[in-house]
Ligand binder design. Structure first.
Ligand code: BES
Ligand code: ZN
Ligand code: ZN
Length: 512
């Protein structure tokens, strides 16, 4: 589905439904909503008076006008209390409410099998807020809630929604709305792409298949894509990565996806270079440190970080961001077998550091160790990684936000800001030297686990050993990659968390 922007009046669209938003504490109807209400002999005010619909955030109600115009249906949606809609103090939270409210309206439209619906920009009084940002949030809410995974159903529900239009009378506002909606489209598409991959079962989405998906993406978006296969990975001596892959018949792939700004359009001689590393475990059984069935249920999504890196790079190309970006995705399966990595094994990683493996289920950090060391080959200005790394992060922060760690204050604070803007929030945890103690090995340079207390931090601290002094930020998304329930713009299953976060982070980039 595309988001369209049209000049005109909401009561003249001819769409099957229009959406009108309402604040819970709004006493009087104003503007176009008031005009429509009057034309409908007060149907909207009557509904509000009845209190069946009060405008709570995400609440919806349908009105069926007896006479057209305006449209056969009006979907009313609540924005919550206007007093809590504080553009000055909490812009990010306001945008999140808009995303959710329009997602809720979209869900209602889908339930009704409506093909086309339109809306105006809400709230009408932006109080100085950027019109493009508001339009972007609306578009994101609609497109994210429209995601559907029915690839493997032999009888499919017909796709109902075909068009969503933002209508605006004022010619001068159209450009900003179009800009915002287009941005929202890129952000939402990147998220939906990552969802699509993370929802794939591991018998379909093997490391080889993931690498083909990267190739396909590269073709569409004019990116460079190089896939390193087993012999090349062996030649590079990425033994930490290879150790994880050794339990599976599926050979590992190292996916390298590069975006460079078009030289013909180059505004600068030199662009900053960032490496984005994403964990690409297509299935994590735990290896010989075998997980339980229950624990494995989500493990087809253990490549979410990799999918997010792929879609972020593709999205950055669509936005023509002024940055050199290199995505590195080590892709492998973590399975137990006769050839699998064993407890107590010691391997020499790509960096030369030796690692004692005391738990084969802590495989994410092993593949990332080699990928992060390899990132330095590109002499980047910064290194980012995103991974479903530890269940401990879910214990620490729940399913509300991701964890952020790093060795660079500005990078961390930029990531936190990007989280507030996109609603994909991150919370910082420390990485003090004290944590290094826990991963001291008796036999090797380092060991891959350090006990349960602070396990998410210890995992991050382990990674830090392989980035050295490069400015680096790590996002642990293990608590936010899968949703057990439907939320306004989040489906059950893969959330695709991180694509919008990273795109925002990169758009805001202004050096280290
Ligand atoms: N892929 C898991 C982390 C995970 C858990 C992701 C739950 C999504 C949901 C990771 O490889 C893992 O198994 N980590 C272990 C590490 C432990 C053995 C130190 C964990 O967190 O339990
Ligand atoms: Zn694991
Ligand atoms: Zn894992």
């Amino acid at each position: 589905m595309k988001v369209k922007v049209k000049r005109g009046r909401i009561d003249q669209t001819g769409d099957q439904a229009i959406t009108l938003a309402h604040f819970e504490d709004q006493r009087k109807l104003t503007g176009m909503v008031k005009a429509i209400d009057e034309r409908l002999s007060g149907m909207i005010s009557h509904l509000l008076k009845n209190k069946d619909f009060v405008g709570r955030l995400n609440q919806t109600a349908i009105i069926y006008p007896q006479s057209k115009p305006p449209n056969p249906r009006i979907i009313l949606v609540g924005l919550g209390k206007s007093a809590e809609f504080d553009w000055n103090g909490q812009r990010g939270a306001c945008l999140e409410k808009l995303r959710q409210a329009f997602a809720s309206a979209c869900r209602r439209a889908k339930e009704l099998r409506i093909k086309s619906f339109s809306t105006m920009v809400f709230p009408a009084d932006l109080k100085g807020m950027d019109l493009a940002k508001v339009s972007q949030a609306m578009a994101e809410g609609i497109l994210l809630s429209n995601y559907q995974m029915d690839q493997y159903k032999t009888t499919k529900e017909e796709e109902s929604l075909e068009s969503f239009t933002i209508v605006e009378e004022d010619r001068e506002k159209i450009e900003a709305i179009e800009k915002g909606a287009a941005l929202g489209e890129v952000f939402a598409e990147a998220t939906n792409f990552a969802r699509g991959l993370a929802n794939q079962p591991s018998n379909i989405l093997t490391p080889a298949r993931l690498s083909l998906e990267a190739k396909k993406l590269a073709k569409e978006d004019n990116l460079r894509c190089e896939i390193l296969s087993l012999p090349q990975i062996k030649r590079l001596k990425m033994n930490s990565f290879l150790a994880v892959a050794s339990g599976s018949k599926e050979p590992p792939k190292l996916i390298i996806l590069e975006y460079r700004p078009d030289e013909r359009l180059a505004k600068k001689k030199k662009y900053d270079t960032l490496v984005l590393v994403g964990k690409g475990i297509t299935f994590d059984a735990g290896g010989l440190s075998l997980k339980t069935t229950e624990e494995m249920l989500e493990m087809k999504g253990d490549m979410t970080g990799g999918a997010v890196v792929m879609s972020t790079i593709a999205g950055s190309a669509k936005l023509k961001l002024p940055l050199n970006l290199i995505g590195i995705i080590p892709a492998a399966e973590n399975l137990p077998s006769g050839s699998a990595l064993k407890i107590g094994d010691i391997i020499t990683s790509y960096s030369g550091k030796t690692i004692e493996i005391l738990n084969t289920d802590a495989e994410g950090r092993l593949i990332l160790a080699d990928a992060l060391s390899y990132a330095k080959v590109f002499k980047p200005d910064a290194i980012l990684d995103i991974a479903t790394l530890t269940s401990a992060i879910k214990i620490a922060l729940g399913t509300v936000c991701a964890g952020v760690f790093g060795n660079h204050e500005k990078l961390k604070s930029k990531m936190i800001q990007a989280g507030q803007k996109t609603g994909e929030r991150v919370w910082e945890l420390p990485l003090w030297d004290d944590y290094q103690e826990f991963i001291k090995s008796d036999l090797a340079d380092i060991k891959n686990v350090g006990g349960k207390p602070g396990a998410a931090i210890i995992a991050a601290r382990f990674l830090q050993n392989f980035v050295g002094n490069y400015p680096w930020v790590h996002v642990d998304i293990a608590g936010v990659d899968f949703s057990e329930k439907e939320r306004p713009y989040i489906p059950k299953g893969a959330i695709g968390f991180g694509a919008r976060l990273l795109l925002q982070f990169l758009r805001d980039w202004d050096g280290v």
